[in-house]
Design a protein around this ligand. Structure first.
Ligand code: AMP
Ligand code: MG
Length: 282
């Protein structure tokens, strides 16, 4: 049983139905051991993704403040070859961004073939923070769900494997994590009074997330709800989905690599034959 919950396309999500503290019946030690195995496999899969160059991966991470987006990136990507990874963090849009359509800044940084791309926040902010704070009129953000689906469908048609993760924490867990940041000097740099202000809008955010997950989970770009109160479980659940999904492409990538190898060998042989025919030496 996978530990992250796939949002079936066309179903209505109610976040209250999902337990944020799930552990999948595992203790932390067993969970971490399984995670290490999956991480090793992910490393091998990424190498094949990179070498074959036929697809790209786009992993989208969303969640409330302190839900563990940074931690997930640090842990899940640990073993990957940095040359094939591209992480993009989406902050408040610049004036130039705002002078364009909301996908302009996003499309530019989507991963090219062979690249494992990670979005730390994403185009979904345009139906989350923008909606909750009324940064755009309602008809404008409401039209964006369809734009997002069309955009992600274009990416998928172009060989991008799109996987989206909502890191689901409880309001209590967030409070605890915000207090921890205050207590530990090493974590205080992450503090922001804004996080406490945003927390007051918790319910509005949950509602906005429910709509985004319900309206934008599609066959080609599914949303997964990740119980994220336990950090080790969050990491495990994410890497499991990544490995499960990428495994499905392994044969294709190996086939592409074999074709590539054959072509290179044939090229070399032709070159050697030419040398022989012309009596040249190297
Ligand atoms: P952090 O992830 O903590 O570095 O914060 C980034 C901030 O940028 C968050 O408060 C986001 O809500 C905000 N942000 C990201 N994208 C947008 C957007 N499209 N419109 C407005 N704010 C955004
Ligand atoms: Mg923050």
């Amino acid at each position: 049983m996978p530990h992250a919950h796939l949002v079936k396309p066309g179903t209505r999500v109610r976040l209250k139905d999902y337990d944020t503290r799930e552990n999948g019946g595992l203790d932390k030690e067993a969970g971490q051991a399984r995670f290490a195995e999956l991480n090793a496999e992910l490393d091998a899969l990424q190498e094949e993704l990179h070498a074959a160059g036929t697809h790209s991966v786009l992993m989208v991470l969303q969640g409330m403040d302190t839900s563990g987006k940074d931690g997930a990136i640090r842990n899940v990507m640990t073993n990957l070859n940095p040359q094939g990874v591209r992480v993009e963090s989406f902050k408040v849009p610049t004036d130039e961004d705002l002078a364009h359509d909301f996908l302009w800044r996003v499309h530019k940084v989507t991963p090219g073939k062979g690249i494992f791309g990670v979005f730390n926040r994403s185009h979904y902010e345009d139906v989350l923070v923008v909606r909750v704070h009324g940064l755009a009129p309602e008809p404008v953000w409401k039209a964006r769900y369809d734009h997002i689906n069309a955009f992600e469908s274009l990416l998928a048609d172009s060989g991008t494997i799109v996987l989206k993760f909502f890191l689901h924490i409880s309001k209590d867990e967030q409070e605890q994590r915000l207090h921890e940041r205050e207590k530990e000097v090493g974590k205080a740099w992450k503090l922001s009074a804004g996080d406490w202000r945003e927390r007051e809008l918790w319910d509005q955010y949950q509602e906005a997330y429910e709509d985004a997950l319900s309206r934008c989970s599609t066959e080609v770009a599914p949303w997964y709800i990740v119980p994220a109160d336990r950090k080790w479980f969050r990491n495990l659940a994410i890497s499991e989905v990544l490995v499960d999904t990428l495994r499905g492409y392994r044969d294709h990538w190996r086939g592409a690599l074999e074709d590539l190898s054959q072509a290179k060998l044939a090229e070399l042989e032709a070159y050697r034959n030419l040398l022989k025919e012309t009596g040249r030496q190297v």
